[in-house]
Write a protein that binds this ligand. Sequence first.
Ligand code: BG6
Length: 479
Amino acid sequence: MAHTMVIFGASGDLTSRKLIPALYRLFQRGRLPADTRVVGFSRSDYSDEQWREQLTATTTKYVGKDFDAQSWKEFSKFIHYCSGDIQTPADFEKLAHRLEQLEGDQTIDRVYYVATMPQLYEMAAQHLGQAGLADDSSGARRIVIEKPFGTDLKTARHLNQAIGKVFREDQVYRIDHYLGKETVQNIMVLRYGNSIFEPLWNRNYIDHVQITVAEEVVVGRRGDYYDGSGVLRDMFQNHIFQLMMVTAMEPPVKFNSDSVRDEKVKVLKAVRPMKGADFADCGVRGQYEGYRKEVGVAPDSPTETFAALKLHIDNWRWQGVPFYLRSGKALSCRTTQIVIEFKEPPHLLFGGGKHTAPQANRLVIQIQPAEGIQIHFQSKVPDADMSMRQSELDFRFDSGGTSLPDSYQRLLQDVLMGDASLFARSDEVESAWAIIDPIIAAWRSPAAPAMNSYPIESWGPEASTHWMQDSERNWFDVC
Ligand code: BG6
């Protein structure tokens, strides 16, 4: 089946940095469905040739050593451009006409990738509908919506409804690039492709779970966007919740989009709602030193660049097992990891006296960088009495010397194949906002817990360490 991918926001950064490189790499690896063409749509006035020239420069830069002139020449023949404004319905008629010219009378599956400013998502769907471009009687019609999907429950619901007037839910692909990460998908293989982990994966054996997404970068040139968003919207509502869902979900009956997403959304629905005094103790907020001087940031900004949250999942599997979630900018290092910390053995034969006290057994799932999985356990110190030491089984997730594919490769391939398993469903997005909204509201109210500042290149505010210690636990701060 031939495919056309129309990219709205074609002259934007995401298109040149991620989308075109991902499509090109899929082409190089023989993974694009045959006869796939790309049509860029944005206001800049380019010819096909001019857009190709621009993309040649950017793709060379972003693909690096994997770029080769010959395959790019072959691929770029399939790249076209149509100038137009998302806000002008007549430009969608023009687009429809251009697509007809390019596609001839072939039966074509089309993907509309909306990579514009979020304020235009709704209008893009509406104008696609008005121009008859959502009609899937002669080939599939799918729409991909970039993040952020709304800024709260109300706006997300409104956007779902607006898109739903034009596209059925099975045509809508809401992207979260964390689900395109190989190591995130590997969590499902770890859990459901083995029989040794799943029996332990519950309240009987697990003390708590930590999910950390630490970033070294500061907000830099994104101050304008970030100051209106903050870490809870930017990282928790989407990426961290996706990691939590994949870690906490029940095994789906099948690996298909409905079964997987049904199980994921149940996790969010089981998150214990907070009320009253819960908000004071549910987490720690922080802002890195110097944040308020960043370009685009208000001098008295109340926006968090760091947050730690404790959530409870009220179901049979997770009752009494807190999930500690944490993310921040300007931290010590870039690391995304999920730490499953197991309970202590029921009766300690060793330890105390001259024996070393045991550390908890941990399963550390390293999402990025240094992708891999470690199991921390106790072993005997050789040639000593019964002293113990912490030992590690260390698995590195590599693909035989080649670098792991960028998330967008997998996700774009899935959209083209019509597989929505790794995309967020409307109820998932809304349930995530329903958890985050009350926390944001509480943290903006006069009763909000104190904002803690923290030095750049630290693990966040000291208050976060103390807050963990208050529950007799420690963050696993290892880069
Ligand atoms: C984006 C956020 O969605 O994810 C950024 O807007 C963040 O603020 C980025 O830096 C992190 O993605 P990754 O893949 O680098 O962990």
